[in-house]
Design a protein around this ligand. Structure first.
Ligand code: ZN
Length: 349
């Protein structure tokens, strides 16, 4: 991966290039933006730019030929420390930051950052899922954020400023990332072979809200038949909320008994419903326009949804609210029931 093949975020690129060239790069960044738009890749590219031995950082063009570049691409560079939430955990755990038991302060991210850089240059940390650091873990990070080891760089990857504790927020320079443009997303979809032709790629990009994470869910074979079933139920009048809740609950439970994967799956399902209502509203707005050429699968569904504009807005809000509550760890089963019941009421209006 290099800057030539990296797609989008031109403004941030220019900003970081200027900061590096003028030698005024802060040491701790909070990279904020939706999932699946390239924030982590961006941070890794900055790391590559700073650690490449074949070109100066100010050139902002890592060579991709030296050993350091190869090690960054393979995630084996000794001066690049990467942590992310473990799949079975609800958040980053303290042990990942400051070490476990009697190894406390002798391993983990904060310890590794203080070690002498092998390359003689600097240590760089990329902390993914920074939204999920609990208060105890955040407190253990504060000292490192406040007095970062000389020359070190820390990137915290986050989806929302609100989800960061004020103590963390105040110690970081903010870098905001926007969803990808439809053109950029189309380019990525084609590059990853996720659509057969450019028309399909454009149609998929139009419904993915600027995120490759959403594209991945829409193109996931396993989820396809469930999505059709979900849409079929959402179209029904009256909406059978018991049946809807049961189907959603069943699909959520199909991923296993661990709570975190279940939450992730429910998030995907709620996003499907959200996109469904958004497409419905769009179809309604475009209904008079004879030139509308949005032929996406979702919009065809959208045309089948007969709701007032106000009801669309309410349904969209209700799906977003459910997603928010899910992040705040409300019991998924009761959340599904309440959400389905409210959608039934909304669709009656
Ligand atoms: Zn290099």
């Amino acid at each position: 991966m290099d800057w030539n093949s990296f797609v989008g975020h031109d403004r941030q690129r220019t900003w970081f290039r200027n900061a590096i060239q003028n030698n005024r790069l802060a040491s701790t960044f909070l990279m904020v933006g939706p999932d699946g738009i390239g924030k982590r890749t961006f941070a890794r590219l900055i790391a590559k730019t700073m650690l490449c031995t074949g070109s100066d950082p100010s050139a902002f063009a890592p060579c991709s030929r030296c050993e350091a570049c190869a090690q960054i691409d393979a995630s084996t560079h000794p001066d690049l420390i990467e942590v992310a939430r473990r799949p079975d955990k609800t958040g980053l755990i303290m042990e990942q930051l400051v070490g476990e038991g009697d190894r406390r302060m002798r391993e983990g991210l904060c310890y590794e950052l203080r070690m002498k850089p092998y390359s003689g240059r600097r240590k760089i940390a990329v902390v993914d899922d920074a939204d999920t650091i609990a208060e105890e873990g955040a407190n253990s990070l504060l000292k490192t954020l406040e007095e970062p080891p000389p020359g070190s760089l820390i990137f915290l990857i986050s989806t929302s400023v609100q989800r960061q504790l004020p103590t963390i927020r105040s110690r970081c320079q903010m870098a905001r990332f926007q969803p990808l443009s439809a053109d950029n997303l189309t380019q990525l979809i084609l590059r990853h072979g996720l659509a057969e032709n450019s028309e399909n790629a454009r149609s998929l990009a139009a419904q993915a809200g600027g995120s490759m994470a959403t594209v991945a869910n829409w193109t996931n074979e396993e989820l396809k038949s469930f999505r059709s079933e979900l849409f079929h139920q959402l179209i029904q009048r009256p909406l059978d909320f018991t049946k809807l809740a049961k189907a959603v609950q069943g699909n959520m439970e199909s991923v296993g008994t661990d709570s975190q994967p279940r939450r992730e799956r429910l998030k995907v399902i709620l996003d499907f419903a959200l996109q469904f209502y958004r497409a419905g509203m769009e179809a309604k707005l475009n209904a008079q326009s004879a030139t509308s050429d949005n032929r996406s699968h979702l919009s065809q569904y959208g045309h089948l949804v007969s709701l007032h504009s106000d009801a669309f807005v309410s349904a969209i809000q209700r799906c977003m609210e459910a997603r928010e509550h899910l992040d705040r760890m409300v019991s998924p089963a009761s959340l599904i029931e309440a959400w389905a019941a409210d959608l039934a009421v909304i669709s009656r209006a």
